[in-house]
Structures are given as structure tokens and as C-alpha cells.
Write a protein that binds this ligand. Structure first.
Ligand code: AMP
Length: 417
């Protein structure tokens, strides 16, 4: 007999862990709404060209990790490996008024080697803002992620910031970097000794010792920034300073996707191992809309990995979700009281649960305790006959009390407030 398992690199998330994800998503949604971002829901799969042209054929994500397939109509499609290119594709298709600010929550699919904190289907929270290259928008977007991480309860994280320049100044830097790498190719790590020419910028953030040893000598973007890019960068850092958002300038922060221009940033959890400590990152991508065949449209965004946020929250001991059930009804009169009371309480906005199958009082009370409820309501023959309910505190101490059925909801509200 075959017994099926979730595919390698994927996982099922059941309650109570999934309640933490609900909380993350709700908190992110609220932060986005406060900042004027609207939810976008777009397809899980796109024409593969959206990613090939948008993210870049030479990026690792597209070259090695993308789930591509042909559908029954012969279309060449890909499951989204990231969230930005689809949003820009949707922008170009619908042309909403700018600045257009959108947020999303989405699975992302990447054929990576599964390990702790690295999945083949992971989940991202993100925003994209299109239509202006005002550096204050960069600050807004970074502040949104910063404050969200703090709202979740995380404190041990570091924001790193860099500028990748633009079409005016980046080519001179890439030339200088290419010349340097060509001269030192044999000394690079085995992978980059082979592949540096394909994507020279990626060598900058290679953590292997052979490449890292070249960091002091490798040309970085800062020296090449044109006046416009430098002014942009200075306005961003001034904004972060004004808002008291601590950051480190990191000339080696280049990130994995090819479309970034100017501002790039990454949030790393100091509570996680370095290999999987990225809890969110993003940047400006002023060339992406053009790459997708649309008019040049500046944009900026970020994505934050839900699984990584959970790991960071575990490491910091935050994001602890209380059980939802507030009241548990113990019914010793055949189930009808539990049936009616749970619905009545839920209609009054109180989270109520019950046992089924007419189990013994002991078994029902055990279930009540396990549910995390604050109080049990007990209805036996006597209570049913007298039109009352016994309220027994489960967690906060105190005595059992009898209350008239008609006064029940008011009394429960007082006890739970
Ligand atoms: P990226 O688009 O690569 O910048 O990814 C955005 C965020 O998603 C990262 O900062 C991580 O938090 C998370 N992430 C990326 N790849 C994975 C993965 N394979 N498994 C889990 N989380 C991931």
C-alpha cells in the first residue's frame, strides 16, 4: 500500500501553528491598510516569460529553481517563484492610477534543496508600490516592514541597506567588477570560478571563504553612483534617520533577483543561523516594467517569508497565540443544551466549543481543560429543570456559580472581559 506524504520540501500546517500564521497575516493586512495598500490576488501561475524576462534568465531562481510546465493547451507556464513580477504584470495589464500600492500574501515555489527554513513551497507577505521614484516611498516601504516586524514582537533583527545604482551608473561598476573577477577567477569559490561571468554581481554576496576573501578589494557600487542615485540614496538614509529606524550600510548586499535598481534592503534575524536568517527583503526595480514590455515605470517592494518569521518568533519567544475557545459547554442531558448554548454564545461573539457523542462528565471536563477555555458551563438534569447553568472557572480560580439561563451571556461577558 502506498501511503502518501506531502512532497519533499513542502509541509502541512495544522492548528495551533496555523493560528500563528493567521495572526501574522492579519497583522500585516492591518499594517498595509493603514498605509494605503490594497490587496491584490493574482494567479499562482503565469506565462513563464513573466519570470524569465521580469526576474531575469540568469538569476538563480529562474535558471535552477523555477517550476515550469506545459499545460494541456501547450502554454508554457511557471508557478510563481516570487511575488513581484506577477504584480508588475498585473499593473501593466490594468494600468491603475499611480502611485499604485498593493499588498499580497502568496505561496512561492522554488526547487531548492530542502532544509530548516528552506522549502520548495514557502509563503510570502509583501507589498509593491508602482509609479513613482520618490525616495520617500522607499522610506515608507522600509518603515512598513520594520514596524510590522516590531508589531509581531520581534526585536532582534538588523536592517541592511545598499544602492545598486541605475542604468546610468551601474554599467561602469559591472565593467570594473567584471575586470576584477576576470583577473581573479581562479581564486573564487568553485561555483563562481565557473559562473562569475554570467552574473558577476552575485559574487559580491557569496559567503564562501574564497570569494569572501576578495571583499576588501572587489569594486562595490558606492564609488560609481551617479549624482541622481547618490541623492536618492541620501534622501532614503535621511528618512530612516528621521524615523529612528536603525540600519547598516552594506555594499555587499546585492540580493538574488536581477531586477533591482537603487535601493536594496534586507532584514536579517539575529536570532537565526546566518544561512537562513533573511526574514524579509526587497528594493527598487525601476527597470522591471520595461523588461516586461511595458512603459518604464518605477517601483519598489519587499517580501517577507512567513516560515522564517515563525522561526525568528520561536527563537525570540514571541508570537504566542492563545487558544481560541473561551467557553466549553459540558452537557449531561443528552447534548441538546450544548447544541443550543454553543450557538447562542457564538452569536453573541463568544468562542464556545463542546464535546460530542454524550461522553461522561469526566471525559467532557478533560476536553474542556485541553481546549484552553477559561470557563466550563455545566448543564446536568437539575440545572436543566431549574433553567440555570453552572459556571465553573477552569484557569483563573474562583468558585462555581449558578446563573439563570437568561442572564448567561451577560455574566460570561463580565467573566471574560
Ligand atoms: P526573496 O524573494 O528571495 O528575497 O525572498 C523573500 C523572503 O522569502 C526571504 O527574505 C525569506 O524570508 C523567504 N524565503 C525565500 N526563499 C525561501 C525558501 N526557499 N523557504 C522559505 N523561505 C524563503
Amino acid at each position: 500500500m502506498t501511503s502518501f506524504q506531502a512532497p519533499s520540501g513542502t509541509r502541512d500546517v495544522l492548528a495551533p501553528e496555523s493560528a500563528r500564521i493567521e495572526l501574522l497575516v492579519a497583522s500585516f493586512a492591518a499594517a498595509c491598510r493603514r498605509a494605503g495598500y490594497g490587496l491584490i490576488i493574482s494567479p499562482m501561475f503565469e506565462d513563464a516569460g513573466v519570470f524569465r524576462r521580469g526576474v531575469g534568465d540568469e538569476s538563480e531562481v529562474v535558471r535552477k529553481e523555477m517550476y515550469e510546465f506545459e499545460d494541456k493547451g501547450g502554454r508554457h507556464l511557471a508557478l510563481r517563484p516570487e511575488g513581484t513580477a506577477p504584480v508588475v504584470r498585473a499593473y501593466l495589464q490594468h494600468r491603475p492610477p499611480v502611485p499604485w500600492k498593493a499588498w499580497y500574501v502568496t505561496p512561492a515555489f522554488r526547487y531548492e534543496r530542502p532544509q530548516a527554513g528552506r522549502y520548495r513551497q514557502h509563503h510570502q507577505l509583501g507589498v509593491e508600490a508602482l509609479g513613482t521614484d520618490d525616495p520617500d516611498l522607499d522610506v515608507e516601504v522600509i518603515a512598513l516592514l520594520f514596524d510590522f516586524l516590531r508589531d509581531v514582537g520581534l526585536t532582534r533583527f538588523t536592517l541592511r541597506l545598499n544602492s545598486m545604482g541605475d542604468g546610468v551608473c551601474r554599467p561602469a561598476w559591472v565593467d570594473a567588477l567584471t575586470a576584477y573577477l576576470e583577473a581573479h577567477a581562479a581564486e573564487l569559490c568553485p561555483e563562481h570560478a565557473e559562473t562569475w561571468a554570467r552574473n558577476p554581481i552575485r559574487v559580491l554576496d557569496c559567503k564562501r571563504p574564497q570569494c569572501a576573501a576578495h571583499r576588501p578589494e572587489m569594486p562595490t557600487m558606492g564609488r560609481f553612483l551617479c549624482d541622481d542615485c547618490r541623492a536618492h540614496h541620501e534622501r532614503v538614509t535621511a528618512g530612516l534617520d528621521a524615523l529612528d529606524l536603525a540600519y547598516e550600510l552594506d555594499p555587499f548586499l546585492v540580493r538574488g533577483l536581477d531586477y533591482y535598481t537603487r535601493t536594496t534592503f534586507e532584514f536579517g534575524s539575529d536570532a537565526l543561523d546566518a544561512a537562513q536568517n533573511a526574514i524579509g527583503g526587497g528594493g527598487r526595480y525601476d527597470g522591471l516594467a520595461g523588461n516586461l514590455g511595458g512603459p518604464e515605470t518605477p517601483g519598489i517592494g519587499f517580501a517577507s517569508g512567513i516560515e522564517r518569521l515563525l522561526l525568528a518568533a520561536d527563537a525570540e519567544g514571541v508570537l504566542v497565540v492563545e487558544p481560541a475557545t473561551e467557553v466549553f459547554v459540558v452537557d449531561l442531558v443528552g447534548g441538546g443544551a450544548a447544541r443550543d448554548l454553543t450557538v447562542e454564545l457564538r452569536r453573541a461573539g463568544i468562542a464556545a466549543d463542546r464535546a460530542f457523542d454524550q461522553r461522561s462528565m469526566k471525559a467532557q471536563l478533560r476536553q474542556a481543560n485541553a481546549s484552553g477555555a477559561r470557563v466550563a458551563l455545566i448543564v446536568g438534569e437539575r440545572e436543566a429543570a431549574d433553567g440555570v447553568v453552572a459556571i465553573r472557572p477552569l484557569r483563573d480560580g474562583g468558585d462555581q456559580e449558578l446563573i439563570k439561563r437568561t442572564d448567561l451571556v451577560g455574566r460570561i461577558r463580565e467573566l471574560l472581559h
